[in-house]
Design a protein around this ligand. Structure first.
Ligand code: NAP
Ligand code: SF4
Length: 769
């Protein structure tokens, strides 16, 4: 595994705002941990678990799972939890299978949720969300008859009576929420859902009272809800503080709405940023932390009720500074921070802060891979770094032999050292590290052996990609937790299963990961041996700093790693030392790249973007004729596709690699743009035009030409192969039953960290001794 050898953990701390480094000894969380009373409700601190759809909402039968999910977060110190969105009526449900919050069955089911949350000292809010034109069904409605660019369903305009009825439906749902034991509701007025659709001229073209005053619907909903609920019941309104879509509200309109909502009796204002159809990312890793705290601070200056900041707040340090108004120099104190995904990643977020172990917080890397992506794929939400999220009742880490082992406690506490069964984890990538943690939690005495001189595997490479620097913190935190659990990590020590058993281990987990696949192309071996003017290097050699790319680069393979490498090469100047520590973009740089303006009068706060342009020639290649990047993750892939195209990276699909020599990379390529042709094929297939399909397919196959790509470097991003050196032959049958292969070592194809970590934790949960 030479690809990791040249980077050491110590040399990889990233440059960011110095006070944002988690767990530094001078951390002071006095604002974050300070209690506050709003109306008659006391919040024990300022950390709210924000709303996140889990997929458990849609069926009341899932209430016990939902209760367990929220109970863990309440137990972990959240001041309040906010449920996923519930529609106040049938038209507003997100999916055709979802139930609205308008019936007795829902009230009864949710009493379990509120009781579980209250038992652990937290407050519970129900989010009321009418999807409007984001409803994924045929009955979709909106302010006007429009179709969202992200929805296959056109929506019809609600009639005047229907709008008035919808207002009453919100009030009724809030009343039922109070009966179910909730402490408050959060009215979802942002992210492009129905209320937001009424607020913006983009989607509200009505000429009746609801269009003449676009804020009327939002204000009427707020007034009706306030009137319908008990006096001590809290009404939180999540307003769109920054629209990020064309014809979105201006800041001036937003501030006016905030004042109107306060007058309407709203107790708190939560932050929503960007519509779901916005072409500006708002939550993924490449968005700088707390990049929108300035927008919340602006609203705070104009109202006298508490405001709640959100988006890309994922450490207590950032939270503390946002609350203090020292983040992004807003100078305005805000009252709460709402974090959603960080609570998925670590249900013990606040407990760890209070215990002085902030550096152990399981760090949300804002990848969206197992949470938001799952929402859009109609799967249950979970978390890449915490596969137990959403599966609290199913994936449990029971102490072995009836011992008691709590999260974060040293393994030795449950077992006298010599009595604990011993597990060797061979391979210190993320599967190995998270698996070791789960085993230690169960009470195993665990040791990790890594052949390279440092651990981290693919995460160590990923953190070199611009916008993925935070993978570093994920690694640091799992290492801190392993340290607290007395898990020993031994680097530079290759180990076999046979050796592990000889050393007295009871269980052996093989987590040796993957190595880059070297495709069979004539001349590739000579090029890799340095015999040609063209260098062929693997993505691992490039990202680890072992080798460098020149001025004219071909990227072979346009999967997730091909795109990562393209973005890496765009940002890293050709002559610079690419082993230097990565530096995330500042908020100002990021705003300029994506065209986000802070001007008060600009609809949607959008202006012309200035994305970074590649300072060298980069060409991405793939054999499939389809457009590149189609397989990237659902909610983040579009960001990578836009970034790479905007940087001027050339893309060729449908290529055949012929040979490599001193002239460069010889290709056989379709004469016409393969990506366009394959799009046309799909269109003709949909239209049932078989003759057109045959004609286009023939063009792709037979209308081709040879060409030579004049490059000095070819970076191989052509997939991976498993690394598995286990000598199973020399093991006894009993030993073989105690060897467990996980992660990329098990299956390299389409490896992703979510699968690897889940497999590791499931293995740890299932091991019986
Ligand atoms: P991948 O997505 O499967 O891409 C591998 C690429 O190599 C494909 O473009 C494939 O396309 C090409 N390829 C495969 N075998 C080849 C061969 N023998 N010769 C030439 N080309 C070959 O895998 P990856 O990029 O290595 O990523 C690994 C995993 O990490 C994937 O599951 C990926 O989803 C995940 N990941 C995702 C992201 C993200 O979403 N941003 C980022 C990094 C990694 P052709 O065969 O058509 O050329
Ligand atoms: Fe965060 Fe990724 Fe987990 Fe979602 S899946 S909570 S983004 S780490």
């Amino acid at each position: 595994m030479t690809q990791f050898a040249s980077v050491s953990l110590a040399s990889s701390a990233i440059n960011t705002t110095p006070s944002a480094i988690p767990g530094s000894p001078n951390d002071n969380y006095s604002r974050l941990l300070a209690p506050i009373t709003v109306g008659k409700k006391r919040f024990r601190n300022r950390a709210i678990m924000g709303s996140m759809h889990t997929g458990l909402e849609d069926d009341p039968a899932n209430a016990p799972k939902l209760a367990a999910y929220f109970a863990e977060r309440a137990q972990g110190g959240a001041a309040a939890v906010v449920t996923g969105g519930y529609s106040p009526n049938q038209l507003g449900v997100l999916s055709p299978y979802a139930q609205p919050f308008n019936n007795h069955e829902m009230v009864q089911a949710h009493k379990q949720v509120t009781a579980a949350v209250h038992e652990h000292g937290s407050l519970a809010f129900l989010q009321l969300l009418h999807a409007g034109r984001y409803a994924f069904h045929m009955e979709s409605v909106s302010a006007s008859a429009t179709q969202a660019p992200i929805s296959p369903f056109p929506s019809r305009a609600l009639s005047d009576e229907e709008v008035a009825q919808t207002v009453q439906d919100f009030a009724n749902a809030a009343k039922l929420a109070a009966q179910a034991g909730y402490d408050g509701v959060q009215i979802m007025g942002s992210e492009g859902y129905l209320i937001n659709q009424f607020l913006s001229s983009r989607t509200n073209q009505r000429d009746d009272r609801w269009g003449q005053q676009r804020s009327l619907f939002a204000l009427e909903v707020a007034r009706a809800v306030r009137k319908a609920v008990p006096a001590d019941f809290l009404v939180d309104f999540r307003m769109s503080m920054l629209e990020l879509v064309e014809e979105g509200q201006t800041q001036t309109e937003i501030l006016e709405l905030a004042r109107g909502l306060e007058e309407a009796g709203v107790d708190m204002l939560s932050t929503g940023i960007g519509w779901h159809e916005a072409q500006v990312p708002t939550v993924i890793t490449s968005v700088p932390r707390a990049a929108f705290s300035w927008a919340t601070a602006r609203v705070k200056k104009h109202v006298n009720i508490p405001v709640i900041s959100s988006n890309r707040i994922n450490t207590p340090e950032v939270a503390e500074q946002v609350l203090a108004g020292t983040w992004d120099d807003t100078g305005v104190e805000t009252d709460f921070v709402s974090m959603a995904r960080p609570w998925l990643a670590d249900p013990e977020f606040i407990n760890r802060v209070q215990a002085g172990h902030a550096n152990q917080i399981n760090h949300c890397i804002a990848c969206n891979q197992s949470c938001l992506d799952h929402v859009f794929e109609n799967k249950r939400t979970t978390c890449l770094v915490n596969p137990r999220a959403g599966y609290e009742t199913q994936l449990t880490l029971q102490p072995i032999n009836g011992g008691h082992v709590g999260a974060g406690e040293p393994a030795g506490k449950a077992y006298p050292e010599k009595a604990a069964p011993k597990a060797a984890v061979i391979g210190g990538g993320v599967a190995g590290l998270f698996g070791a943690e789960a085993l230690a939690k169960r009470g195993y005495s665990v040791e990790v052996f890594e052949a390279a001189d440092t651990v981290g595997g693919q995460f160590r490479l990923a953190m070199q990609i611009p916008g993925k620097e935070e993978f570093h913190y994920s690694l640091q935190s799992v290492l801190a937790r392993l340290d607290a659990q007395n898990v020993k990590i031994t680097a530079s020590t290759p180990m076999t299963a046979h050796e592990a058993f000889a050393a007295g281990f009871d269980e052996v987990v093989i987590a040796t990961g993957v190595r880059p696949r070297i495709p069979e192309i004539p001349g590739i071996e000579q090029a890799m041996a340095g015999e040609f003017d063209v260098d062929v290097i693997t993505y691992a050699e490039l990202l680890s700093g072992a080798k460098q790319a020149g001025d004219k680069v071909a990227i072979a393979g346009a999967g997730g790693i091909g795109f990562d490498v393209a973005e890496y090469l765009v940002e890293a100047p050709a002559s610079a030392d690419i082993t230097a520590e990565p530096t995330p973009a500042t908020i100002n740089e990021w705003e300029s790249a994506w065209g986000v303006s802070r001007r008060a009068d600009l609809p949607g706060n959008l202006e012309r973007p200035h994305p970074p342009r590649a300072q060298r020639e980069i060409t991405m290649l793939q054999r499939k004729p389809s457009p590149q990047g189609l397989g990237l993750n659902r909610t983040t892939g579009w960001v990578h596709r836009i970034s790479v195209a905007a940087a001027g990276v050339k893309q060729f699909s449908g290529v055949a690699y012929m040979k490599i020599d001193n002239d460069g990379l010889h290709l056989n390529v379709p004469v016409n743009d393969a990506a366009k042709t394959s799009k046309a094929i799909r269109k003709a297939q949909k239209a049932g035009d078989k003759a057109k399909v045959a004609e286009l397919e023939d063009d792709l196959k037979n209308n081709r030409t040879d060409t030579v790509l004049d490059v000095d470097t070819i970076v191989l991003c052509t997939g991976q192969e498993s690394v598995i050196e286990a000598d199973f032959e020399s093991l006894t049958e009993d030993q073989r039953s105690r060897v467990h292969v996980i992660g990329g070592a098990d299956v390299a194809a389409e490896l992703d960290a979510a699968r690897a970590i889940r497999q590791a934790v499931e293995l740890a949960a299932e091991l019986k001794r």
